[in-house]
Design a binder for this molecule. Structure first.
Ligand SMILES: Nc1ncnc2c1ncn2[C@@H]1O[C@H](COP(=O)(O)OP(=O)(O)O)[C@@H](O)[C@H]1O
Ligand SMILES: [Mg+2]
Length: 239
């Protein structure tokens, strides 16, 4: 059987003395979309930080396509095919749209396909093509989110981590972002999607993890979760 794209195995992570993730395990199958839900402060971003090597776990393992990458430097993990669209976007505001994309260009990792060039990103995001010579600081929130996604794609990843891509965007733009997520999944990318908005995730995800206070409260397929009648309101507060 093909190995999973990304596995966190019983991860414990700390910021200083603060124990933020407690034996967190999650499994993203190749070509699947795993939705990671949880209240504010539950530990979702921390899971992403551990996965991409920004926060080495105190215990537990991170495995990418069957290969251990636990606590390897972010650069090494990126080279093996993982890309992050960070919460808050973190694009280079003083660089142009085009420069933001070209600095992120990378050949695909072994096993990945070279699908994403500047032209391919511009074809998928026509607004970015139109504004390619503008400073990123002049883009709207939605355009900045598209740029953050385009930048991650320029590394030709095999696994894409997206941390609250809909945050702060108008509903119509959220719709465009989610349509892009769907297309990327159809192209075979393995995606870990963090969202506050559970409804958005349930529409696109195959599998769901709900974190509560740094622990996994629910791990199931979307179908399984709907069949067992998990009380999202109980786990997430609002729904
Ligand atoms: N850099 C940091 N230093 C100390 N504590 C942090 C840091 N980042 C996050 N935390 C704390 O870790 C917990 C989990 O945060 P986070 O992973 O950002 O949650 P989420 O993404 O689910 O909102 C929260 O209690 C948060 O306050
Ligand atoms: Mg977060």
């Amino acid at each position: 059987m093909a190995p999973d794209a990304l596995v966190l195995g019983e991860v414990d992570a700390y910021y200083g003395d603060s124990h933020v993730l407690q034996k967190v395990s999650l499994r993203l199958g190749e070509g699947r979309l795993l939705g990671l839900l949880g209240r504010n402060g539950a530990g979702k971003t921390t899971c992403m930080n551990v996965a991409v090597g920004l926060l080495p776990p105190r215990a537990g393992t991170v495995t990418l396509f069957g290969e251990a990458v636990t606590a390897r430097p972010p650069e090494t993990i990126a080279r093996r095919g993982m890309a992050l669209v960070p919460q808050g976007r973190h694009i280079f505001k003083s660089l142009s749209v085009r420069e933001n994309l070209t600095v992120a260009a990378r050949k695909p990792a072994v096993g990945g396909r070279h699908s994403w060039t500047l032209e391919a990103v511009f074809a998928s995001f026509p607004r970015l093509a139109e504004r390619q010579h503008h400073a990123a600081s002049h883009l709207s929130g939605g355009e900045q989110q598209m740029l953050a996604i385009g930048r991650a794609l320029m590394s030709n990843p095999r696994v894409l981590l997206m941390d609250e891509p809909s945050e702060g965007l108008a509903p119509q733009i959220v719709g465009e972002v989610m349509a892009m997520v769907r297309r990327l999944k159809q192209q075979g990318l393995s995606i870990l999607l963090v969202e506050q908005n559970a409804k958005l995730v349930l529409d696109v995800a195959d599998d769901i993890i709900i974190l509560n206070n740094g622990r996994v409260a629910v791990a199931d397929t979307v179908a399984g979760m709907e069949a067992s009648g998990v009380d999202l309101h109980h786990h997430l507060g609002v729904f």
